[in-house]
Design a protein around this ligand. Structure first.
Ligand SMILES: NC(=O)c1ccc[n+]([C@@H]2O[C@H](COP(=O)([O-])OP(=O)(O)OC[C@H]3O[C@@H](n4cnc5c(N)ncnc54)[C@H](O)[C@@H]3O)[C@@H](O)[C@H]2O)c1
Length: 245
């Protein structure tokens, strides 16, 4: 195995399960030392010689400061930030409350903003770096019942582009990945079987199946690696052709 991320330090949010867990383990297996964070204590299961874990809510400024600080204190720098943690909400616009808006925006948009800001500060003090933000196909195309979630993902996509423009000359790249439907537990508490519900969307993807966490982790790893050195400010669709329809 080529150690693409040898001597690289990565921070992955939402690493307890799903896409974040697959990403943290992929970067680790390719040589990175990883700070893995999540609001869930389950993230501690990832602890290893080259993975340190931290619990906290990404919507809180203190979590972003602590997470980036941990990377710098423990490993000496921060080279890669993967803003993956996020929550969804599937409901008609007219049934969305102000509290729903604040809830989703504070995690998905504010949490991503805070971690980008802290990471850029650390990267400017170091050797530059790479940011990969996890958006969604709904940052690009409209789907019913996703208004607040889609607005938060649109914010992430545009934030990513501005960071690319603002800090490109200083050695910082920023790209976003837009997954199609991926079979995870993201709908836990919303439907009785999250994975089965998501898997039932296979036919909406020209490739004939929904994504698996590793499908997205591979795209994130590419965007975090020098192989994508000429890419910044992109919203990269990883959606089995969903948005090509
Ligand atoms: N699964 C899909 O179909 C799909 C599609 C497009 C985009 N995405 C995005 O991919 C990302 C990962 O989703 P997933 O499908 O792996 O979901 P998931 O629910 O399996 O994992 C998300 C992780 O983020 C953590 N998290 C949630 N809120 C947090 C907070 N406030 N602070 C810290 N951690 C928090 C959760 O505890 C969980 O471990 C999300 O940003 C999601 O919006 C998912």
């Amino acid at each position: 195995m080529i150690k693409t991320f040898q001597n690289q330090i990565a921070l992955v949010t939402g690493a307890a399960r799903g896409i974040g867990r697959a990403t943290a383990l992929t970067l680790q297996s390719r040589g990175a030392r990883v700070v893995a964070t999540d609001v869930s204590e389950a993230v501690h299961e990832l602890q290893a010689e080259d993975i340190v874990t931290l619990t906290g809510d990404i919507a809180e400024e203190a979590t972003a400061i602590r997470s980036v600080g941990l990377a710098v204190e423990r490993f000496g720098a921060l080279d890669i930030l993967v803003n993956n943690a996020g929550r969804t909400m599937n409901r008609a616009l007219i049934d969305m409350s102000v509290a729903d808006w604040d809830d989703i925006m504070s995690v998905n948009a504010r949490g991503t903003f805070l971690h980008c800001r802290e990471a850029v500060r650390a990267m400017l003090a170091g050797q530059g770096g790479v940011i990969v933000n996890v958006a969604s196909i709904v940052a690009q195309v409209a789907m019913k019942d996703t208004s607040v979630y889609a607005a938060s993902k649109g914010a992430i996509a545009q934030l990513t582009k501005v960071i690319a423009v603002e800090y490109g000359a200083q050695g910082i790249r920023a790209n976003a990945v837009a997954p199609g439907v991926v079979e995870t537990d993201i709908l836990e508490g919303i439907v009785s079987d999250s994975r089965a519900t998501l898997a039932s969307h296979a036919s909406a993807h020209p490739i004939g199946r929904v994504g698996q966490p590793q499908d997205i982790a591979e795209v994130i790893a590419f965007l975090a690696s020098p192989a994508s050195a000429f890419m910044t400010g992109s919203l990269v669709m990883a959606d089995g052709g969903f948005t090509a329809l």
